[in-house]
Design a protein around this ligand. Structure first.
Ligand code: ATP
Length: 239
């Protein structure tokens, strides 16, 4: 049986002063899938996920989540529906302890100190952050701040987790751990991943969407995408 569509867009566009950052994107993400979103620098990947999250408003087009049109909902309402995300620029609260950062996210859905503490510990363990929870988030390495952000996303028990270049700044060992984490999470969460690291894409994605100049250039399995001549040309910058 075909999987239920969790997220979809129709005719989604975003123009910045005449620049077509995202153009006429019809995108569909089935529930339970790990989807990688790839494309050359400036292809529109961050703009597309910003439209999905409600961080920016589209110039045209609609977004649907779980059977409902969410195009007019502000970002915080979309989070409450189960869309969690992390962005390239970390948004941890640097002056707050690691645990408190995750607790702020957990309190969006949980009441009671014990339940929150349990969720915090589970989320930190799941991403493999072993720093003392009382350490300030700003003292973590950049890579670990990215992991902390994922923990903050997980503490919201999301139905869709959107990660914008989560492996940037991670060591090789941390990237391996991240791949295992995504495989583990994929049992319970639909994942949309902007990723430049092709080994991560090839190993964790069920399907890959390639953006180029704001439009979908190709979609398919990692193997299909790797063999696609148009994708190779886009990356090599050749016709
Ligand atoms: N707020 C903005 N104002 C004007 N132009 C913008 C804005 N945000 C993005 N752009 C432009 O839109 C295009 C798409 O940018 P976007 O960041 O979405 O690409 P990307 O695929 O995520 O790139 P990268 O892989 O480098 O992060 C680029 O040409 C970028 O300069």
């Amino acid at each position: 049986m075909a999987a239920v569509t969790l997220l979809s867009t129709t005719g989604l566009c975003k123009n910045f002063d005449g620049l077509r950052a995202v153009h006429e994107v019809d995108f569909e993400l089935p529930e339970g899938q790990v989807r990688a979103l790839i494309g050359p620098n400036g292809a529109g990947k961050t703009t597309l996920v910003s439209l999905l999250c409600g961080r920016i408003a589209p110039s045209a087009g609609r977004v649907r989540f779980d059977g409902r049109d969410i195009s007019d909902l502000p970002a915080h309402r979309r989070i409450n529906l189960g869309i969690a995300y992390t962005f390239q620029i970390t948004s941890v609260f640097a002056d707050l302890p690691v645990a408190e950062n995750v607790a702020l996210a957990a309190r969006r859905r949980l009441r009671g100190a014990a339940a929150v503490a349990e969720a915090v510990q589970a989320a930190l363990q799941r991403v493999g952050l072993h720093e003392p929870p009382e350490q300030n988030a700003g003292d973590l390495s950049y890579g670990h701040q990215r992991l902390l952000e994922i923990a903050m996303g997980l503490a919201q028990a999301p139905r869709l987790l959107i990660l914008d270049e989560p492996t940037q700044g991670l060591t090789d060992g941390e990237i391996d751990a991240f791949k295992a984490l995504v495989r583990d999470l994929s049992a319970t969460t639909t994942i949309l991943l902007i990723e430049h690291n092709m080994s991560v894409v090839m190993e964790v994605a069920d399907q890959v969407t390639v953006l180029n100049f704001g439009e979908i250039l190709a979609e398919g399995t990692p193997d299909q995408i790797r063999a696609d001549a148009a994708v190779q040309a886009a990356y090599l910058g050749t016709g």
